[in-house]
Design a protein around this ligand. Sequence first.
Ligand SMILES: NC(=O)c1ccc[n+]([C@@H]2O[C@H](COP(=O)([O-])OP(=O)(O)OC[C@H]3O[C@@H](n4cnc5c(N)ncnc54)[C@H](O)[C@@H]3O)[C@@H](O)[C@H]2O)c1
Length: 418
Amino acid sequence: MARSLRKIRVGVVGVGRGQAFAKGAGPNLGMELVALCDSWEERLNVLGKQLKVAAYTDYDKFLAHDMDAVILANYFHEHAPFAIKALCAGKHVMSETAACFTLAEGVALVEAVEKSGKVYMFAENYPYSACNQEMRRLYREGLVGDFQYGEGEYVHPMDSHYYDSISIGLNHWRNWFPATYYCTHALAPLMFIADAMPAKVNGFVIAYDPEDEVSFGRTARRNDAASAILVRMNTGAVAKLLQGSLRGHGVWTSIHGNKGLMENLRWGSTEMLRIRREPFDKGMGEPVERIYAPEFPEQGELAARSGHGGGDFFMNYHFANAIRSGKPPYLDVYRGVAMSIVGIQAYRSALKDSNTFEVPDFRRKAVRDKFRRDDWNPDPTRRKKGCPWPSVLGKITPSRKAVAFAKKVWKEAGYQSE
Ligand SMILES: NC(=O)c1ccc[n+]([C@@H]2O[C@H](COP(=O)([O-])OP(=O)(O)OC[C@H]3O[C@@H](n4cnc5c(N)ncnc54)[C@H](O)[C@@H]3O)[C@@H](O)[C@H]2O)c1
């Protein structure tokens, strides 16, 4: 069999979100799931048996399994060290968001990828909805001209019970990550469509609300509700990102160019695309507005069956293609690190009255040295002088009643808390 057709043997870390990758890595893509890893043994064994693959609770032992690639869906704030270890063990890596949790980790990750010569892909699935792929195609054709202003929104309200069920343990990352950090779902589509990189940010946080009994009052959360981030792109365009758990669920991308507007519908049929070209810009016979449901540019049938509006399929698809071709995927380490750093720098900004912070470009080797030791982070388990609290309000202690409710939910999920 020609080398290019060889099966790609894949291992997945994390059996929560990781299930989507594990179940999608099948023969349709020339991939074969061979191993799973999770430190939560009971949950690991259930999935391991169901999928009939090797199951490891220990990451080092998992890495010694005979396989080509590792997909990381472990904790949000621990992806970079796991990725670096896998790259050093000679594996290709696809990593969930965030790519890095500090700027120092960003530098280390970029350099580990360069040194390894392996594929690194950032698993941002939101750019791959049918609307966002269509907007990229139209942008490249020049339909709306140059990117001037864009908005990206990922608003995901949850009630306490649901929040607790996916935030198991007092120090689970969802109970303390700052509201700016989960920004890649809002930002990645804009970068992908207009091929732009973030350069500077101003962050604004919508604070923790003790009066909000439904969202906060029965959780162990010590972080804020949501954030808005203004981003200056390297092209000169300006973008506004909105993310967090505000009321009003929404996933929305909008691009104003100097010749038109395109966006998915913000309400109603959100999988529909709206194109507007003003009467003075449009061609003869062209309507001012068009609204339609775009198709996927390729692999539509397989994509339609996967999660996140097809986005989950395209993660495995582009990862497999990059490994086969040896060409870095669009969502390479530089883009993954840059969009993750937007969340970190926006939090620094929010804590400094929304002053402007730069997003260093780690494609440039000379820039990296300045940030090699920058381990500023809000992780309560490694707190030290100079590091921030996870909320702009400072140290938050959830009420005993709130924690007791959360513990009940964790117990239902099989977790024995102290
Ligand atoms: N792109 C998307 O649409 C999307 C959706 C959900 C989650 N995510 C991302 O996926 C990642 C995982 O999310 P989740 O909701 O499943 O979170 P989670 O915290 O519930 O799951 C992480 C899993 O990793 C395991 N784990 C942690 N440390 C480990 C270690 N040292 N060794 C082995 N296993 C370990 C945990 O036991 C847990 O099962 C996060 O980064 C999150 O941001 C992305």
